[in-house]
Design a protein around this ligand. Structure first.
Ligand code: IMP
Length: 429
């Protein structure tokens, strides 16, 4: 190998973090390239479970350098809290082990206030954002009024950038959302302090990566959210505010497309979604609740119950195309044990008309009714199984159906949350 991108193929929460853990001994760096602390992954530190939102998976492995690329939006308060939490648990997050791009944009207090105020005003039509200020921060990036990490390090120019943008945000907050204004002095002082605490971590991530890759080091780019939350190709407007697809690695860290060697799509054995938006295979009754309970499907960032449904091959085919997948990881297969039958959506129907691709128009996707292929379920507990050949025949059939329908080989199957609860089907490196 050399470089590998890990992306979610559905609506996020596919279990991407575990993969980094599994291959950690062969990896030199783990890099985030988009999103912010709307993401969440669980790390176990000294037997205690912690959820981290910004620090890349891999921080617990001493040989790994973690990097946050320019495409990520950073809430410095959250990042410093995560560093502190790890330090208290005995994990030293030194500037040698964590590198932050100087060009990453900073989530400011007005971004969070606007995110929340806007959702509240939307009422029933709300997107269900995580309320972390992600969207408003990316808006300011595009509007060229954003504050970047390196701005926090130069007090004079930071003040000059902050003043006009805060005046505009305060006007909107007060007059449109009936929200109290934010104090310039308070925001300025707080963020200058964050800048001082983060200064030692600030680096040119693009250059560091170029050096590593030219030395032949293995680098993992860790996607956050999932394919159908991509701002361009997802179920707009029910999406996040960044490009979540593998191609965005290049812009999000500062490398050319030739630096991407493998793209791995993580597929949950069923589908989940948090927040609003269409979801053709959603299960509304008892079965949906059963899957939610056995899969522990509650948001790691907001704690919200996730919507659950059957696997959707049509979506996965689109995810293959959009990301250029060359390997799959199937997660949470054990959650489907004990069901009399399992269904895979292989297409849709709208008013009797067959549709074979995920439509770009949201109103059409909302009307799509899934056409299912029904397979027999398996009753056995599969968590102890470590080889494909030892799986029940119906479980093997489910996996083979996915592989054949997508034409992408399965690399890893996860049959439980533990590190060892894993079946490696082949070596892709
Ligand atoms: P935002 O990214 O906080 O603006 O939220 C936009 C939409 O993306 C909402 O539906 C969120 O629930 C969803 N979302 C954001 N981050 C994640 C994630 O890491 N996993 C799953 N859904 C997410």
């Amino acid at each position: 190998m050399s470089t590998l991108v890990i992306v979610g193929t559905q609506w996020g929460d596919e279990g991407k973090g575990k993969i980094v853990d599994l291959i950690a001994d062969r990896v030199r760096a783990v890099v985030r390239f988009q999103g912010g602390n709307n993401a969440g992954h669980t790390l176990v530190v000294n037997g205690k479970k912690h959820i981290f939102h910004l620090i890349p998976s891999g921080i617990l492995h001493e040989n790994i350098t973690c990097m946050i690329g320019n495409g990520v939006v950073i809430d410095p308060q959250v990042l410093l809290q995560e560093i502190e939490r790890l330090r208290k648990e005995g994990v030293e997050v030194s500037p040698d082990r964590l590198k932050i791009s100087r060009h990453a944009h900073v989530i400011m207090p007005y971004h969070k206030a606007l995110d929340l105020a806007r959702e509240e005003k939307k009422g029933k039509k709300k997107i269900g954002t995580t309320g972390r200020g992600i969207g408003p921060c990316y808006e300011d990036k595009a509007a060229r009024v954003g504050i970047r990490i390196h701005d926090l390090l130069k007090e004079e120019s930071f003040a000059l950038r902050l003043e006009p943008v805060l005046a505009e945000k305060n006007f909107i907050l007060q007059n449109f959302y009936n929200h109290p204004p934010l104090s310039f002095d308070k925001v300025f002082e707080e963020y200058v302090t964050y800048g001082k605490s983060l200064a030692a971590y600030v680096e040119d991530v693009s250059r560091l990566l170029e050096d590593m890759i030219s030395r032949g080091d293995n680098v993992v780019f860790e996607g956050a959210q999932g394919t159908f939350l991509d701002i361009d190709h997802g179920t707009y407007p029910y999406v996040t505010s960044s490009n979540t697809l593998a191609g965005n690695v290049c812009c999000g860290v500062g490398l050319g497309p030739g630096s991407i060697h493998n793209v791995v799509g993580v597929v949950k054995a069923y589908t989940t979604r948090v927040g609003g938006g269409p979801f053709p295979t959603e299960l509304h009754g008892e079965l949906g609740e059963k899957i939610r309970d056995s899969g522990g499907e509650y948001g790691s960032t907001t704690g919200r119950p996730r919507r659950c449904g059957w696997l959707d091959i049509t979506m996965l085919k689109k995810a293959k195309r959009l990301n250029g997948l060359n390997a799959l990881v199937i997660t949470k297969l054990d959650v489907l044990s004990g069901l009399p039958e399992v269904k895979i959506a292989v297409g849709y129907k709208v008013n009797g008309r067959a549709i074979s691709d995920v439509p770009c128009e949201l109103d059409l996707f909302e009307k799509c009714e899934p056409v299912y292929e029904v397979l027999p379920g398996w009753q056995e507990d599969i968590r102890q199984i470590r080889a494909f050949d030892s799986l029940p025949a119906n479980t093997k059939r489910y996996l083979k159906t996915i592989e054949d329908m997508l034409g992408v080989p399965i690399w890893i199957v996860s049959v439980g949350p533990g590190r060892d609860e894993t079946i490696v089907m082949r070596d892709i490196f």
